[in-house]
Design a binder for this molecule. Structure first.
Ligand code: MUC
Ligand code: MG
Length: 367
């Protein structure tokens, strides 16, 4: 069970339509596939999605830091020494997606070596999650039509609506149109990706007061410290910290300072080892938790559902597991399938993520 080699393979798969939100937009999944090889011939996999507008990482940077810094720190360790891996990677600041993909590929390899699923290794609470779908910026009629298509095709009835445009009525009109079209049949929440000021956020929340929203996420920047605390104290639904609370220390700071009242866990940025710590912290603090999406491909979504299904707290709410539906293709040999609004973990050992070698050859950018 010793790690002998780490590969970092850049690949690019176009989206059918770009996802637009307040902090950026994504047209092509330019991710990095991480493969961890062991001396028994096991290969663990995970993917790293660079999000320069949120965490500063780029695809080339992820490949470089994995090859030159992180791989030498883990080669020679046993798959069981996950805390040693965590401590060594933590010597380098930042680089959350690179660290997380390496961490998750190690857990995948460990699951395969022990012949148990990653979900069982982590906690084994259930084998599935309900799915919440993220709607990117568009006109109200187009976003309603997209929600209809997603509901009819996949049975999904929870939608996270991207907001944060100016004037705020551009977005509040969308949420109102969705509520008018679907009534109580759907659950809705909003994510501003820090696009509004605290005052604009408060105004938007007043305009949407009758629309029965479940949550509000990152409406204004947490760095606008006093404005954000003021906003959170005036909002009467849980306020989710997403990009402002990446590490367990961030979560502690943001929650205790009144900048948020709930959190998003994204395995793409905290892997499994750190996500466990965040989960336990959230349980101790009594927080609502959502499994979030960093615009993951199918492999990343498999990681999210594998973690989310492992615990009662993370599987209580629908997880954001469906962004891959907008991609033109993917690397998995057998595509993920969302049915009746649910995504089920893969049976078998590790993550159960067999890759299609032909697709990898086609989409990889290093040969
Ligand atoms: C989200 O919840 O914010 C947008 C940027 C990112 O890093 O994740 C997405 C979704
Ligand atoms: Mg968010």
């Amino acid at each position: 069970m010793k790690i002998t080699r780490v590969e970092a393979i850049p690949f690019a798969i176009p989206y059918r339509k770009p996802l637009r939100f307040a902090s950026g937009e994504v047209h092509t999944a330019e991710h990095v596939l991480v493969r961890v090889h062991t001396d028994d011939g096991v290969v663990g996999v995970a993917e790293a999605p660079p999000r320069p507008f949120t965490y500063g990482e780029t695809q080339a940077g992820i490949v470089a830091v994995l090859e030159t810094v992180f791989a030498p720190q883990v080669v020679g360790l046993s798959l069981l020494e996950r805390e040693t891996v965590h401590a060594r990677l933590s010597r380098t600041v930042g680089n959350p997606a690179a660290k997380s993909a390496l961490d998750m590929a190690i857990w995948d390899a460990l699951g395969q070596s022990l012949d148990v699923s990653v979900t069982e290794l982590l906690g084994g609470y259930t084998d599935r999650m309900k799915v919440s779908h993220m709607l990117g910026f568009d006109e109200p009629a187009a976003m309603v039509a997209e929600a209809e298509r997603i509901r009819d095709s996949y049975g999904i009835t929870t939608f996270k609506v991207k907001v944060g445009r100016r004037p705020v009525s551009l977005d509040t009109a969308v949420v109102r149109a969705l509520r008018e079209r679907f009534g109580a049949e759907v659950d809705l929440y909003v994510d501003g990706n820090r696009g509004w000021t605290a005052a604009e956020s408060a105004r938007a929340m007043r305009e949407m007061a009758d629309l029965d929203l479940l949550f509000a996420e990152e409406l204004c920047p947490a760095d606008d410290v006093l404005g954000r605390r003021w906003l959170v104290s005036h909002v009467d639904i849980p306020f989710i910290a997403d990009e402002s609370a990446v590490t367990p220390a961030d979560v502690t700071r943001e929650i205790l300072s009144g900048s948020a009242t709930a959190i998003s866990i994204k395995t793409a940025r905290t892997g499994f080892t750190r996500s466990q710590r965040t989960h336990h912290l959230a349980e101790g603090l009594g927080l609502e938790v959502l499994m979030g999406n960093q615009i993951d491909g199918q492999l990343g979504s498999l990681c999210t559902v594998a973690f989310g299904a492992a615990y009662e707290l993370t599987s209580r709410r629908p997880g954001e597991l469906s962004n891959f539906l907008d991609m033109t293709d993917d690397l998995l040999a057998e595509p993920l399938c969302i049915a009746d609004g649910e995504l089920v973990i893969r049976p078998g050992a590790g993550l159960g993520a067999a890759l299609d070698p032909g697709k990898l050859r086609h989409y990889r950018q290093d040969r």
